[in-house]
Design a protein around this ligand. Structure first.
Ligand SMILES: CC(C)CCC[C@@H](C)CCC[C@@H](C)CCC[C@@H](C)CCOC[C@@H](COP(=O)(O)O[C@@H]1[C@H](O)[C@H](OP(=O)(O)O)[C@@H](O)[C@H](O)[C@H]1O)OCC[C@H](C)CCC[C@H](C)CCC[C@H](C)CCCC(C)C
Ligand SMILES: Nc1ccn([C@@H]2O[C@H](COP(=O)(O)O)[C@@H](O)[C@H]2O)c(=O)n1
Ligand SMILES: [Mg+2]
Ligand SMILES: [Mg+2]
Length: 195
């Protein structure tokens, strides 16, 4: 996990020179990233997994860039951090909703794994929210930074992108559902240790 943490920090650092030339405010980029997530959801609802994945990648890059632009321009703000987080929650929800719509309306094919594809989307969404909320609630209780676990947002997005591009979308959703519940337990235990 330490290696992945270092990779994330090196990516955040490596985009700073590029970010410093972006002529938009961090908040604008955050809002733009949310709009792109809506586009990804719309494409998944139509069953277009390729376009959905491409919008997920763009949305993910924007999610990295908003913080990079803030740091490069010295305009990081407490509100920006809140805005970034809540927009990520809306983005998570709308993308899973697009996938659920796709499975329910059979524009996305995929059955098996004991339960319906749309239900795996629901469990993946529940797990994702438990991961994020546990961190938010623990940090509100005084934990410094509970960014631990195997399925943080970046990992969830990458698994979804690879699943959508590779034809193994249902398998990716099953993996996200399982890994997010593991991460939820990791974070509850981490909060217990730190509080
Ligand atoms: C234009 C370019 C110069 C831009 C540079 C490109 C680089 C940015 C490379 C990006 C790779 C991109 C193609 C893949 C999509 C990126 C996506 C994975 C990133 C999504 O995570 C973004 C971010 C989320 O953290 P953030 O602080 O914004 O939000 C936090 C989050 O909401 C928390 O939720 P949770 O607790 O985790 O559930 C909240 O709790 C926090 O409060 C909130 O602040 O994470 C940034 C992580 C890294 C900086 C980016 C990770 C990149 C990957 C690990 C490695 C990318 C290369 C892979 C090999 C690509 C493979 C997939 C390929 C596309 C098929
Ligand atoms: N509109 C924004 C978005 C982000 N920030 C700051 O960046 C941090 C998130 O960095 P990422 O690389 O993970 O996106 C966030 O906590 C804020 O400090 C901002 O100020 N305004
Ligand atoms: Mg961000
Ligand atoms: Mg974010």
């Amino acid at each position: 996990m330490e290696i992945l943490g270092n990779l994330k920090n090196s990516i955040r650092h490596s985009v700073l020179p590029f970010a410093s030339r972006i002529p938009f405010s961090p908040d604008t980029i955050t809002y733009l990233g949310l709009i792109v997530s809506f586009l990804a959801a719309f494409e998944f609802a139509k069953g277009d997994l390729l376009l959905g994945a491409l919008f997920l990648i763009l949305g993910g890059v924007l999610d990295v860039l908003d913080g990079a632009v803030a740091r490069a321009s010295g305009t990081t703000s407490a509100f920006g951090g809140v805005l970034d987080s809540v927009c990520d929650r809306y983005a998570d929800a709308i993308v899973f909703t697009g996938l659920i719509y796709g499975f329910v309306n059979n524009t996305i094919q995929g059955t098996g794994f004991f339960i319906e594809g749309w239900l795996w989307c629901v469990f993946a969404m529940i797990g994702s929210y438990l991961v994020s909320y546990t961190r938010a609630r623990a940090e509100a209780a005084g934990v410094s930074k509970l960014d631990i676990g195997v399925a943080e947002r970046s990992e969830r997005i990458i698994i979804l992108i690879i699943g959508a591009l590779s034809g193994f979308l249902l398998q990716a959703l099953v993996l996200i559902a399982i890994l997010t519940h593991i991460t939820f337990i990791q974070r509850v235990m981490g909060a217990k240790q730190r509080l």
